[in-house]
Design a protein around this ligand. Structure first.
Ligand code: GDP
Ligand code: IMO
Ligand code: MG
Length: 427
């Protein structure tokens, strides 16, 4: 039973933070396995609202140990300010564990992210500007700096030199920027060493030992399936693997340990940044979804692009992640529409296509084929069980479940912890 993965089934912002927090009280560890502070996970507890970027949402559950796995990229200044922000609000963060193998987002990675986007011009990805892509690029290029390097000044200096060697040429000669001094970077990074020391550990060992003792471990994805570097809408993706396999590599846990993979699925679709989005709306319905759903980025403050539910994407997420369950979020946002269009297939160059095309060109040409489902007008935010939902809301959920290929085991009807209908228990 013990290991569960909870991940985004669309383009991020599906409500992973809320879902993770909900389970946080019943699990022993919550682990972030990829991404960094490009994530923005909102958790609402009573009248308190928390926006978490790097810390796993389990940090708000006192019995739970939050873990930042080896697959995460860590900006130390963001991490420390997130920790102190929580401490000021009375949250105990002392149990946090950070993998010594996690890579560090250095200030020069943030600079490279920003200048690269500027130079891409209208071909830009619309990144969060947090240095995510360049840090993963350094990791793959084997010139990355890891958390453990903060504890060996000589190695750290050599690695910063290696990383800056080419980058300074690029910054000065290509981008017309000033070179970054090795000493300045080393000094800044060393300044974080003592502050992070209490948290740094061999998280792979800790998590595997915990699993051997039948402890419950929850892996919390950042971003979403369609933002995955391998399985997403490349190149309009992030630079890591939010899909289920990423939990294994990003935490050092074998696939045989994972018994449940839960896809968080919004009852409609949103996307931030550039890239194709077949069901995107440019009319008052899109505006209404944005307004009612509060669809504004937690990390960058950008308005999210909004559109109707896309079952082709949901089916794809079921397939590439081996989903066992869905957690459907934000059903309440759809209250008030007489009819709700749901995309059941695409039309691509005159042909009906039921599954997500692997070809980027085809996906750019995909036009949604809609089926109209009857809406409801009753307030559903107080619903506690499936039978409390109006008949048409029940049918909407059932239709989505049938089209998406995995059971919907929970339904979100509001942002709060208790605004959830549990159908099948996750634990
Ligand atoms: P994440 O990145 O996947 O954690 O999602 P975000 O926190 O970026 O965006 C989801 C937003 O929807 C947050 O503001 C949540 O508080 C909110 N939310 C989550 N579940 C529900 C729900 O069922 N209903 C409503 N109305 N809001 C929800
Ligand atoms: P959570 O965890 C939505 C998007 C960015 C951009 C692309 C690449 O809150 O769901 P990056 O900075 O990662 O190199 O940007 O990915 N993106 C997200 N969109 N939710 C997120 O995280 C995202 N993290 C990155 O907008 O299009
Ligand atoms: Mg988010």
């Amino acid at each position: 039973m013990p290991a569960l993965v909870l991940l985004g089934a669309q383009w991020g912002d599906e409500g992973k933070g809320k879902a993770t927090d909900l389970l946080g009280g019943s699990v022993d560890y919550v682990v972030r396995y990829q991404g960094g502070n490009n994530a923005g996970h909102t958790v609402v507890v009573g009248d308190q609202k928390y926006a978490l970027h790097l810390l796993p949402s389990g940090i708000l559950s006192p019995g739970c140990t939050p873990v930042i796995g080896n697959g995460v990229v860590v900006d130390p200044s963001v991490l420390l300010s997130e920790l102190s922000g929580l401490n000021e609000r009375g949250v105990d963060t002392s149990k946090l564990l950070i993998s010594g193998n996690a890579h560090i987002i250095t200030p020069f990675n943030v600079t490279v992210d920003k200048v690269t986007e500027r130079f891409l011009g209208k071909r830009k990805i619309g990144t969060t500007g947090r240095g995510i892509g360049p840090t993963y690029a350094d990791k793959i290029n084997r010139v990355g700096i890891r958390v453990q390097d903060l504890y060996d000044e000589s190695i750290l200096t050599q690695k910063v030199e290696a990383a800056l060697d080419v980058k300074n040429q690029m910054l000065t000669k290509l981008y017309n920027r000033r070179a970054i001094a090795v000493e300045q970077v080393v000094e800044e990074l060393l300044g974080y060493a003592d502050k992070l020391a209490p948290y740094v550990s061999d998280t792979v060992l800790v998590l595997n030992q915990a699993l051997e003792q039948d402890k419950v471990v929850l892996f919390e994805g950042g971003q979403g399936t369609l933002l995955d570097i391998d399985h997403g809408t490349y190149p309009f993706v992030t630079s890591s693997n939010p899909t289920a396999g990423g939990a294994c590599t990003g935490a050092g846990v074998g696939p045989t340990k994972i018994s449940r993979v839960i896809g968080i699925l919004k009852a409609y679709t949103t996307r931030v940044g550039a890239g194709p989005f077949p069901t995107e709306l440019f009319d008052e319905d899109g505006e209404a979804l944005r307004r009612i759903g509060g669809e504004r980025g937690v990390t960058t403050g950008r308005d999210r692009r909004c559109g109707w539910f896309d079952a082709v994407i949901a089916r794809y997420a079921t397939r590439v992640n081996g989903l066992t369950d869905f957690f459907l979020t934000k059903l309440d946002v759809l209250t008030g529409w007489e009819q709700i269009p749901v995309c059941v297939a695409y039309e691509i160059d005159g042909k009906r296509v039921e599954e997500l095309p692997y070809s980027q060109t085809d996906f750019h040409h995909a036009k949604p084929v809609y089926e109209m489902l009857p809406g409801w007008s009753e307030d559903i935010s107080k619903a506690k069980s499936f039978s409390d939902l109006p008949k048409n809301a029940q049918s909407y959920v059932k239709a989505l479940e049938e089209m998406s290929g995995a059971p919907i085991s929970a339904i979100g009807v509001g942002p709060g912890r208790d605004e959830t209908i549990e159908i099948n228990s996750f634990l």
